[in-house]
Design a protein around this ligand. Structure first.
Ligand SMILES: C[S@@+](CC[C@H](N)C(=O)[O-])C[C@H]1O[C@@H](n2cnc3c(N)ncnc32)[C@H](O)[C@@H]1O
Length: 252
């Protein structure tokens, strides 16, 4: 079994909220997660990042704690939810067995090195019939000028590690039964071609962090060139995306 290293977002704390939809996305996702949690009150978010979803779930009345690998992301999360977050690998949770009613993983499993370990730990800390809610990073984008310009790059750098069938298979192996599949609301955000090109040039997407020069020249640079060739570089274009939500229950 080949095991890759987890992708920590240590370098992303300063630009994460700005480039990943901020609290508007956090609140939108939390509103979709909440009805899937049944009567849960004690929630753990693994890969809590800057706490956008954790804060939003707290606002809805859940008792949320979180872990993340990246100290810089946790510093931002602490500003939002206080000392309810800790630095830990989701594959080795500093959390008591059967002590949580629900585990939430938003845009985490494509980054985690030991996905089997992460899911085994989620199962361990959940009580019987506890829920695991996964929001996949892979998204359906409505076509707009920007998606057109970078769609090909998205596919070629494709993150297939958290496609729904793969997550369902891995979760099944860890003792979870799928109880619902749904989608996030189409989250909309306005970006200009200029900003998008600059975001790519600054490598603010995790798929670009360690990309080799050859792939950059072949895949990313043409996308940047297409963006820079669009008219009205500073006019915002509406980008609309929706992510799959998978809801699992820990089998008894
Ligand atoms: C794309 S961010 C998502 C953050 C948050 N869930 C959100 O929706 O805004 C993924 C986070 O997972 C963290 N991460 C990656 N691998 C991890 C692991 N094995 N254990 C804990 N956190 C991990 C990264 O450091 C990053 O902060």
């Amino acid at each position: 079994v080949s095991q890759t290293k987890s992708v920590s977002f240590e370098r992303a704390a300063e630009f994460y909220d700005r480039t990943r939809g901020g609290l508007v996305r956090g609140r939108g996702f939390a509103a979709r997660i909440a009805p899937e949690l049944g009567d849960a009150s004690r929630v753990l978010e693994i890969g809590v990042g800057t706490g956008l979803v954790a804060l939003s779930l707290s606002e809805l009345g859940f008792d949320v704690v979180g872990v993340d690998l990246a100290a810089s992301m946790l510093a931002k999360a602490r500003e939002r939810v206080g000392a309810r977050v800790a630095q830990a690998d989701a594959a080795h949770l500093p959390i008591r067995t059967a002590s949580r009613d629900a585990v939430v993983a938003v845009w985490l499993l494509h980054l985690a090195g030991d996905r089997e370990g992460v899911l085994a730990e989620a199962a361990r800390v959940l009580r019987n019939r506890g829920r695991l809610v996964v929001i996949c990073a892979d998204a359906d984008y409505e076509m707009d000028e920007i998606s057109n310009a970078i769609g090909d790059m998205r596919i070629q750098l494709g993150r297939t590690r958290d496609l729904p069938p793969e997550v369902i298979r891995l979760a099944g192996d860890a003792g979870f039964a799928l109880v619902n599949t749904t989608h996030t609301e189409h989250w909309k955000h306005e970006v200009t071609p200029e900003e998008t090109a600059a975001t790519l040039e600054r490598r603010e997407m995790s798929t670009l962090w360690d990309l080799d020069d050859e792939t950059w020249t072949r895949v990313v640079q043409p996308a940047i060139d297409r963006l820079r060739a669009l008219p009205d570089q500073h006019r915002g274009r509406l980008t609309v995306a929706s992510h799959t939500i998978l809801v699992f229950e820990k089998a008894q």
